[in-house]
Write a new protein. Structure first.
Length: 256
């Protein structure tokens, strides 16, 4: 078992321990909440995430240093996304269908799926498990627009920056040598700058949709990151999950 495999297992165990605490506390909120069903769906979503982690840890222990094929962890992550969607739906009052928002969600996630396929070559897996992210992303856009998580200028900045990150991923598939290293440095600098920006905004504004967008961006960042950048995105993902959890109780009060 190599060093990186051991590091993968350790980071997964730490996140899983945090998830257990989050699930336990959210379950208590779900029991006490009279009207809001957000904590119920959030607890189930985090439980699915935990099961995905358990599968990943088991695979790493049984098949160290091997590439994981399409497996149960993908189903767990897909379930997590769908359950988070259900939770967001329960608190999203304005669910108007606006064409440009839907089209952008399809375009943006479609571009991500194309990049995943280019990196992994796994067409069926990447398309199948990427589709739920389209709905997840649309709910986040609608929530941010209707509940004021970000101003229009901030939304424009986030959109432009995220598209820039996706665009810079393309030459990384083609160029080599110093050009590749330079492009990678710029790409990941911009990616993590946006990660920090989402994180700061979500903690300051106490908006569940913004915290969920922070989480969403860390998920995409992990999918597009190699070591050591992956571990930065993974750490941010855990912080984003805690940010969402910290705002579940606030949403219960709003719904009540």
């Amino acid at each position: 078992m190599g060093y990186m495999t051991r590091l993968d297992i350790i980071t997964m165990i730490i996140q899983s321990a945090i998830l257990v605490v989050v699930i336990a506390k959210t379950t208590k909120l779900a029991i006490s909440a009279k009207k809001s069903i957000l904590p119920f769906f959030f607890a189930l979503a985090m439980s699915s995430y935990l099961l995905s982690n358990f599968y990943w840890i088991a695979f790493e222990l049984l098949e160290p240093d091997a590439r994981m094929p399409m497996a149960s962890n993908e189903i767990g992550e897909c379930a997590m996304v769908l359950l988070l969607c259900a939770g967001l739906e329960s608190i999203l009052k304005d669910q108007r269908i606006i064409a440009r928002e839907i089209l952008f969600a399809i375009f943006f996630i479609g571009a991500n799926i194309a990049l995943w396929i280019a990196w992994s070559g796994e067409w069926f897996q990447d398309i199948l498990f990427g589709i739920p992210y389209i709905y997840f992303f649309w709910l986040l856009i609608r929530g941010l627009m209707s509940r004021g998580g970000l101003s229009r200028k901030e939304m424009g900045l986030a959109v432009a920056t995220s598209i820039l990150v996706m665009t810079m991923q393309i030459p990384m598939l083609i160029v080599k040598g110093q050009a590749f290293e330079f492009t990678k440095m710029v790409c990941f600098t911009v990616m993590f700058a946006l990660t920090v920006w989402f994180g700061v905004k979500s903690f300051r504004r106490k908006n569940f949709f913004l915290a969920s967008t922070f989480f969403f961006w860390t998920e995409l960042s992990m999918f597009l990151s190699e070591v050591p950048y992956y571990y930065i995105a993974f750490f941010a993902n855990t912080i984003a999950m805690l940010s969402m959890f910290s705002l579940v109780k606030k949403e219960i009060v709003i719904d009540g």
